[in-house]
Write a protein that binds this ligand. Structure first.
Ligand code: HEM
Length: 124
């Protein structure tokens, strides 16, 4: 299995990840009913986010933390949601890629998810 090396790899990874998220009833309503995302316009944003976080490339500039704090104010994001999100993320990475960047992206996702939960006062 190959490592995550290019923006195209991120496109593959993230579209598979969203297939898992959106077919999981315990979390998909947050995307479809609360935030009512349009997947066609949402995917490019998260690809840009990871292109910057993992490769330091591109011009993603939105405040991801604020977006999730606002979302949490609208609909409680609980510990199970974060566990589910992370487990789909880890599984998608592990099913498709292996190597240094595959490990780094999982660690980054965990640390961002942890900061989100601390800011939402769900961890102490
Ligand atoms: C409980 C876990 C999570 C849920 C339910 C969730 C849900 C969502 C939703 C509904 C949106 C769309 C918001 C909108 O457009 O109004 C969103 C955007 C996004 N999420 Fe999450 N999220 C979670 C965790 C995370 C984590 C841990 C990360 C990063 C490691 C992340 C990265 C992003 C990014 C990059 C966007 C796009 C922001 C933009 O529009 O520029 N999410 N998330």
């Amino acid at each position: 299995m190959q490592d995550i090396e290019t923006k195209q790899d991120l496109e593959i990874l993230l579209s598979k990840f969203y297939s898992k998220l959106l077919s999981d009833k315990t979390i998909n309503y947050i995307f479809t009913e609360i935030a009512k995302i349009d997947i066609e316009s949402h995917l490019p944003k998260i690809i840009d986010f990871w292109n910057l976080s993992l490769f330091g490339k591109g011009d993603y500039s939105s405040n991801v933390m604020k977006i999730h704090l606002d979302l949490n104010a609208e609909e409680n994001l609980n510990e199970n949601h974060f566990k589910t999100w992370l487990s789909h993320f880890y599984n998608t990475v592990d099913e498709n890629f292996s190597g240094k960047n595959a490990e780094i992206i999982k660690t980054k996702a965990l640390s961002i998810a942890t900061v989100m939960q601390i800011k939402m006062h769900k961890l102490n």
